[in-house]
Design a binder for this molecule. Structure first.
Ligand SMILES: Cc1ncc(COP(=O)(O)O)c(C=O)c1O
Length: 446
């Protein structure tokens, strides 16, 4: 069993993360509980930041906040000198309220509202990544009205097919995101952007997909974007200085997965760009990458309490936990696979095959189909690994269940960074209109 980050098994046979005993964390903070390993999170920020800086001087690593965004994390990202990619007014608000420097924020989104664009402009975000012609024109108008100039990148789809799940593939031609390169739309968008006052086109952006294990697609994307810079220069005479190659670097959700070393991506990107820049006589651009899960994923673990265990002889054994698709919808959504361990008997041989089910009212509410665990019993603490990305950020209140708490662990200390929701939180926005007051007559249908 692969242990992630600072995980260890202590003398009591319990799983520890960041020097904190997981059974004590569960007892103290309750379950389900998201546990974030601060050292591992910082370590991964640094590997990506330093390897990119070495291969592509002047580069920037921009953390994809959609994978996980809470106030404490914004502080850590600022300390680690990373940028932040936000994709909605809510993510932008979280970053700004947490004191994250606006000029290091990249504002994304394929259908930004006028108020989100206004908010991005007024707060002075570093880049707005423009997705379509409507947005380009709206942004130009808003910037003119505010007497500002918007520094933008254009999101393009380079037509690169990465081998990953269809729902997280984004670089192919048939995608809702960005300007298509293949049919000349991306070049036309660049020409238009360069003609607009109050718009400062800095370069291009692409994101070819997520959980990608090969380096070649990133190299190909770098080449494709450099070629677009050359075409733009040939058409307009302007050389755009920046290329943002998105995120999507694969991680190890379970033992059968072997992602490349994190520092390998930077050299693949550099190799692609050096070759293309030499070919087209272009200066080497300022490179940006936007990893999400590669930073937050392996740093997160979710602790659950084991409840009922249903054995169906010759079929399977369902082990139910006190969370599920409300705190981690990824298995239900894309058939994601996870690994897990009984945290209070972490030193025991995993000898029993079970499937881990949630407590939500859906047959599809499964966390893991088929995993070997050490003879699980009701009351055990189950640790599901690699849940730092797209778990809390995709969580819901389905079945009116409160969302779990999150703790940040480091050097034997555990700090609450998201408090557990209460039932009162869950119904905080409900309103009963006056006309439904008990003394009023019911409105009759028809
Ligand atoms: C534009 C963009 N950048 C970065 C990311 C981060 O992807 P990952 O978490 O796989 O690195 C995504 C994910 O959807 C994205 O859409």
């Amino acid at each position: 069993m692969h242990l992630y980050g600072t995980m260890a098994i202590n003398a009591a046979g319990h799983l520890e993360i960041g020097g904190c005993d997981c059974t004590e964390l569960a007892q103290h903070f309750g379950t389900p509980l998201y546990v974030l390993d601060e050292s591992e999170f910082r370590h991964r920020c640094r590997i990506l930041r330093d390897s990119l800086a070495k291969e592509c001087p002047g580069s920037e690593v921009v953390f994809a906040g959609k994978s996980l965004l809470v106030a404490a994390l914004c502080r850590i990202l600022a300390q680690e000198n990373l940028g932040l990619d936000v994709v909605s007014g809510g993510e932008l608000y979280t970053a700004l309220q947490s004191g994250f420097p606006a000029h290091r924020i990249f504002m994304h989104g394929n259908n930004k509202s006028q108020s989100e664009l206004r908010m991005a402009l007024e707060s002075g975000v570093g880049r707005i990544v423009v997705d379509n012609f409507l947005e380009l024109d709206q942004l130009a108008q808003l910037a003119r009205a505010q007497h500002r100039t918007a520094d933008i990148l254009l999101r393009v789809t380079p037509g690169i097919e990465a081998h990953t799940h269809a729902y997280v593939k984004t670089g192919q031609v048939d995608s809702k995101f960005g300007f298509t390169m293949e049919n000349g739309q991306a070049l036309a968008a660049a020409k238009r952007a360069l003609s607009l006052p109050n718009i400062n086109l800095m370069g291009f952006h692409c994101h070819i997909g997520s959980q990608i294990f090969e380096l070649e697609p990133f190299q190909d994307a770098a080449v494709a974007l450099a070629e677009l810079v050359a075409q733009t220069r040939d058409l307009t005479g302007q050389v755009l200085p920046e290329l943002d190659l998105g995120g999507g670097f694969g991680i190890r959700y379970h033992d059968q997965e072997r992602p490349p070393a994190l520092d390998g991506y930077a050299s693949a990107i550099r190799a692609g760009l050096s070759q293309a820049c030499a070919k087209h006589s272009l200066p080497f651009p300022r490179v940006i990458i936007e990893p999400g899960r590669a930073i937050s994923g392996e740093a997160g673990t979710t602790l659950y309490s084991v409840g009922s265990i249903k054995e169906i002889p010759a079929v399977r054994t369902y082990l139910s936990v006190d969370g599920g698709m409300g705190d981690n919808p990824r298995t239900a959504l894309y058939g994601a696979k996870y690994s897990a361990l009984i945290a209070n008997r972490a030193d025991q041989e995993p000898d029993t095959l079970v499937s881990v089910a949630g407590k939500y009212c859906e047959s599809g509410d499964m966390l893991i189909w088929d995993v070997q665990l050490a003879a699980p019993r009701p009351g055990d603490i189950l640790a599901v690994f690699c849940t730092g990305a797209y778990n809390y950020s995709m969580a819901s209140n389905y079945n009116r269940l409160p969302r779990p708490a999150m703790v940040l662990v480091c050097d034997g200390e555990a700090d609450l960074i998201v408090r557990r929701e209460t039932y009162a939180d869950v119904m905080a926005n409900d309103i009963i209109p006056k006309r439904l007051a008990p003394e009023n007559k019911a409105c009759r249908a028809g």
